[in-house]
Design a protein around this ligand. Structure first.
Ligand code: ZN
Length: 501
C-alpha cells in the first residue's frame, strides 16, 4: 500500500456539538469534481492528514467529507440527476467572513466563522455536516426544481428549508455509527429527540449566546422531532420565538420535516423487528426515495405542503405497509385528510394528439395550450420525468404588485405558475392530463408573501447594482427587483440562508 492510499483525514461525522461527537478517522473523498454532484472546496487542498480541529486544513477536509457523503446519498436517490444550476462543479467557500450562518446563492455554498460569545470557542458553520449537507440540499433541490427558487409562496420557501434539513438527516442516517447512536440514545424510541433529529447544535448555542434564548432551541437550531401541525401560514405571525411556529420559512419548514421524521419512525417500526439498525437504515433509504420522488413532482403552488404530502403518498402506493405509514404520519400532521381523495385536481382525460408524423411534443404542447387557454406565443416550460413517461411543466404568468405595502417591489411582478402534468401513451394519446390554473388564492398568497418580505425589510432597494448575492447577503436582503430583458421588473431571490439572522 503506498503513502497516498493510506492517507486518512479526521472529521466530525455529526455536528461538532452533537451528543458524543469527537473527530474520527475517515477516508478522504476522491474525484470530487466529477459528475454527479461534483464539488470543489475553495482554497489550496492540503494533503489528506488527520489535522487538528479549528485549523484551515481540518475545515477543508471536514467540508469535503460532508459534501462527499451528500453526493453519495443524492446519487442513489436521484439517479440520472447531478448537474447543479451553475454547472458541473459547485464551489464551497470555507470561511466567507465573520457570521453565524451559511448560505447558497446558485453559484456557491458559503460558510462563516465566529466565536461563541459565552464560551469564546470558535464556531465555523462548515464544521457541521448538518449545515453543510443542508446547504447542499438547497442546491440539489434547486437543480431538480429550479422553478421553486423564485416561487412567491410561503410553503415553497419553507419546503426548501425542510428539504435541506431532511438532506442532513438522511446523510447522517446513512452512517451506521450515527444511526446506531440514535437508537441507543432513544432506547429504540425514535420519536424522541436525538443526535440525528437535532440539527446544528454548535451554531445554535452560539446564536443563543449572541441573540438570546428566543433565537434558537436550547439544544439545536431545529429538531425534526417536534409536534407542529399544518396550519395555513397566513394565519401565523411573520416571525416568532424558536419554540413557536411562524410563517418564516425555517420555522414553518418544521411541519414538513417533522412529518417526514414521523414517516421514518413508522417505517422503522414496520421493518425487521430484531435488527433495529437495519430497519432504521432501510427506513431512511425508503423515506429518501419517497421524498426525492415527491419533491420532483409537486406543483409549485401556494398549497405546496399538502400537495407534497399527496405526492409522497402516491410515491408510497406500491407497498401497502409503506403507504399506511405515510398516510398515518401525514394525516396526524393535518397534511392529508383521512379519506383518500384529491379534489384539488381537475382531470381531463383522453386529449387526442393524433398520429401525424410531426414531433409529438408539438402536438402535446398544443393540447396543453388549449387546456390552459394559453396563446400560441406564450412560453410553456416542459420537463420530462426521469422516472416515468410523464411530462410536466408550467406556464409562467406575471402578477404585478401595486402599492406601498410591497416596499421596493411596488410596481414589480412576481411569477405565478399554471401547471400541468400529462402522461403520453405509446399510441400517441395524452391520458390523464392534469391542468391547474393559479387562481385568486394563489395570487393572494403571493401578495402576502411579498408584503411579508417588505415588512421584514428583506427586499433590496433598486440601485442599479444588480444581484451581487454576497453584498445582498451582508445587507440581509434575500430578494431584489431586476429589470429583465423583456422590460418587466420582477422580484427575484438572491440567496437562501441556513440560519435567519
Ligand atoms: Zn436553508
Amino acid at each position: 500500500m503506498d503513502e497516498a492510499s493510506r492517507a486518512r483525514i479526521r472529521i466530525f461525522l455529526n455536528d461538532p456539538a452533537a451528543r458524543g461527537q469527537h473527530p474520527v478517522s475517515s477516508e478522504p473523498p476522491s474525484e470530487t469534481e466529477r459528475r454527479p454532484w461534483g464539488f470543489r472546496v475553495e482554497g489550496n487542498a492540503p494533503p489528506p492528514r488527520p489535522y487538528e480541529p479549528d485549523t484551515p486544513e481540518f475545515l477543508y477536509w471536514q467540508i469535503a467529507s460532508a459534501l462527499g457523503r451528500g453526493r453519495s446519498l443524492w446519487s442513489r436517490l436521484l439517479p440520472g440527476a447531478g448537474t447543479w444550476v451553475r454547472g458541473a462543479v459547485l464551489p464551497a467557500i470555507p470561511v466567507d467572513g465573520e457570521d453565524l450562518n451559511a448560505f447558497y446563492d446558485r453559484k456557491a455554498l458559503h460558510f462563516f466563522r465566529d466565536v461563541n460569545a459565552k464560551t469564546g470557542e470558535i464556531v465555523q458553520s462548515g464544521d457541521s455536516p448538518d449545515i453543510v449537507t443542508h446547504e447542499q440540499g438547497h442546491a440539489v433541490l434547486d437543480s431538480i426544481r429550479p422553478d421553486l427558487w423564485d416561487a412567491p409562496h410561503f410553503e415553497v420557501a419553507a419546503f426548501h428549508e425542510g428539504f435541506g434539513d431532511l438532506a442532513a438527516i438522511l446523510v447522517a442516517l446513512d452512517d451506521g455509527d450515527l444511526a446506531r447512536a440514535a437508537i441507543e440514545e432513544t432506547k429504540g424510541s425514535l420519536d424522541h429527540s436525538n443526535l440525528v433529529s437535532r440539527l446544528a447544535e454548535e451554531l445554535a448555542a452560539a446564536v443563543v449566546a449572541k441573540y438570546g434564548p428566543d433565537a434558537a432551541l436550547p439544544d439545536a437550531l431545529r429538531d425534526a422531532v417536534n409536534s407542529f401541525r399544518y396550519v395555513a401560514p397566513k394565519s401565523l405571525p411573520d416571525e416568532g420565538p424558536a419554540d413557536a411556529l411562524s410563517r418564516e420559512p425555517h420555522s414553518f419548514s418544521r411541519v414538513v420535516t417533522g412529518a417526514c421524521w414521523d414517516v421514518l419512525v413508522r417505517l422503522s417500526l414496520a421493518g425487521n423487528g430484531s435488527d433495529r439498525l437495519a430497519a432504521l437504515q432501510k427506513a431512511a433509504q425508503d423515506l429518501g426515495r419517497l421524498v426525492a420522488a415527491a419533491a420532483e413532482r409537486t406543483a409549485p403552488t401556494a398549497t405546496f405542503f399538502r400537495r407534497f404530502a399527496t405526492e409522497l403518498r402516491k410515491a408510497a402506493s406500491g407497498d401497502s405497509t409503506t403507504k399506511a405509514a405515510v398516510t398515518r404520519a401525514l394525516t396526524s400532521r393535518d397534511l392529508l385528510s383521512a379519506k383518500e381523495s384529491e379534489p384539488d385536481f381537475r382531470s381531463e382525460s383522453q386529449a387526442s394528439v393524433g398520429f401525424e408524423p410531426e414531433p409529438l411534443t408539438t402536438r402535446v404542447l398544443d393540447a396543453i395550450r388549449e387546456s390552459l387557454g394559453a396563446r400560441r406565443d406564450e412560453e410553456i416550460l416542459v420537463r420530462a420525468s426521469r422516472t416515468d413517461g410523464s411530462l410536466s411543466g408550467r406556464r409562467i404568468r406575471d402578477l404585478v404588485l401595486s402599492g406601498p405595502e410591497y416596499g421596493p417591489a411596488d410596481g414589480a411582478a412576481v411569477e405565478l405558475s399554471d401547471s400541468f402534468t400529462v402522461a403520453v401513451e405509446e399510441s400517441g394519446y395524452v391520458t390523464a392530463a392534469r391542468v391547474e390554473s393559479a387562481g385568486p388564492d394563489e395570487e393572494e398568497d403571493a401578495r402576502e408573501f411579498v408584503r411579508t418580505l417588505a415588512r421584514l425589510g428583506r427586499i433590496a432597494q433598486e440601485d442599479g447594482s444588480g444581484s451581487d448575492a454576497r453584498r445582498l447577503y451582508e445587507e440581509r436582503k434575500s430578494h431584489f427587483v431586476a429589470l429583465e430583458p423583456d422590460g418587466v421588473r420582477r422580484l427575484r431571490r438572491a440567496w437562501v440562508q441556513g440560519k435567519r439572522p
